[in-house]
Design a protein around this ligand. Structure first.
Ligand SMILES: *Cc1c(COP(=O)(O)O)cnc(C)c1O
Length: 373
């Protein structure tokens, strides 16, 4: 029995009829770029995220880029973010012309460490871009306090955390903007690329709506230089069906992690740390383990898919060599990249699958450490 990291086929099979009928509905209209499904989906996501507005765009990456642009981030500015994230977070800052400034993460939660932010603020700092990594929120209150003190914007990267809460507040509703991704593997995944920005700011919303259609609100009149970055009607129709199941799927993920947690008790495996103020959505289940790389080989040899998120923290990426960071600058993120791994997690993962994953890891801990064939 092979166990994948994520089983999208199982998810599709469980809602096939609703999805297929939603797709047929759009095919009947032949309306593909933006459209009625997108409008309805935007309203539903705004409600779900407890935000006033939502603007559908072409991807999570674009949600971040357009947010940076709409907030007026530009050349010469600096934006503070975390090195422990997908490259898109920092790319958005760079595409706006600004410089990403990386702040190390908390050793337990792996989220940006708010205690280290203030010393990185300069006259050029314009925004903080916390990432709600792996499916739970960064510690937002101190971040929002610092932002207020220095007059900085806050953009939440919620690509992995739709539905997560921080002190009963939804991911995406706390800063100036919340950026969602509907990349297929995300907890709410499309059948292709898609993204959305949620916000409570009407003017910012207007700006995003201009930016996503070539800076135009009236056809062939272009007020600002924009982009082609729109959510497809077909994707919105699919996502509307899936949104109805999202809370149930999150609950099933959480149940799976309870089983993991109980089975890992008494082992050297460190399971995800969830601060009391957070409800985790477990987009990824990240553990730290001794001899991580050998464990990865052992899992692969036994048909269990596991992966490192992320093997190179962003400050050490080749594309950011010009920023002048060196190994040792952000030690916690570097430690995290070398010692943790994601093991299978998805709503349809059942107890027998979880037991096999944990059994395989325990076998490695007993016999395999340091001497794997
Ligand atoms: C997936 C992801 C993105 C980018 O989303 P896309 O829809 O793939 O463009 C940005 N930030 C984080 C943290 C992500 O996981």
């Amino acid at each position: 029995m092979k166990i994948p990291l994520l089983d999208l086929k199982a998810q599709y099979n469980s809602i096939k009829e609703e999805i297929d009928s939603a797709i047929r509905g759009v095919l009947e209209t032949q309306s593909f770029v933006l459209g009625k499904e997108v409008e309805s989906f935007e309203k539903e996501v705004a409600v779900y995220c407890n935000a006033k507005y939502a603007v559908g765009v072409a991807s999570g990456t674009d949600a971040l880029i357009l947010s940076m642009k709409a907030l007026g981030i530009k050349e010469g500015d600096e934006v503070i973010t975390t090195p422990t994230t997908f490259i898109a977070t920092a790319e958005a800052i760079s595409h706006a012309g600004a410089r990403p400034v990386f702040v190390d993460i908390d050793k337990k939660s792996y989220e940006i460490d708010p205690a280290l932010i203030e010393r990185k603020i300069t006259k050029k700092t314009k925004a903080i871009l916390p990432v709600h990594i792996y499916g739970q929120c960064a510690d937002m209150d101190p971040i929002l306090r610092i932002a207020e003190k220095y007059g900085l914007k806050v953009v939440e990267d919620c690509a992995q955390a739709i539905g997560a809460t921080y002190k009963d507040r939804r991911a995406g509703s706390m800063g100036d903007a919340g950026c969602l991704s509907f990349f297929p593997s995300k907890n709410l995944g499309a059948f292709g690329d898609g993204g959305m920005v949620v916000t409570n700011d009407a003017r910012f919303t207007q700006k995003l709506m201009l930016l996503r259609v070539h800076g135009s609100s009236i056809r062939y009149r272009h007020d600002i230089i924009g982009y082609n970055s729109r959510l497809d009607n077909l994707q919105a129709a699919i996502l509307r069906v899936k949104l109805r199941f999202l809370d149930k799927w999150i609950k099933m993920r959480r149940e799976a992690t309870e089983i993991y947690g109980s089975l890992f008790k008494g082992t050297p495996i460190v399971t995800p740390f969830v601060p009391v103020y957070n409800v985790h959505t477990y987009h990824l289940y990240i553990i730290s383990a001794p001899s991580r790389d050998k464990l990865l080989e052992h899992l692969a040899a036994n048909g269990i898919e596991a992966r490192v998120y992320y093997p190179i923290p962003l400050h050490l990426q080749a594309c950011y060599a010009g920023l002048g960071y060196k190994r040792g600058n952000l030690p916690i993120s570097e430690w995290q990249a070398e010692n943790t791994l994601a093991i299978p997690i998805y709503p349809e993962l059942r107890r027998d699958g979880i037991e096999r994953v944990v059994g395989c890891i325990k076998e490695f801990l007993l016999h395999g450490v340091g001497e794997l064939i």
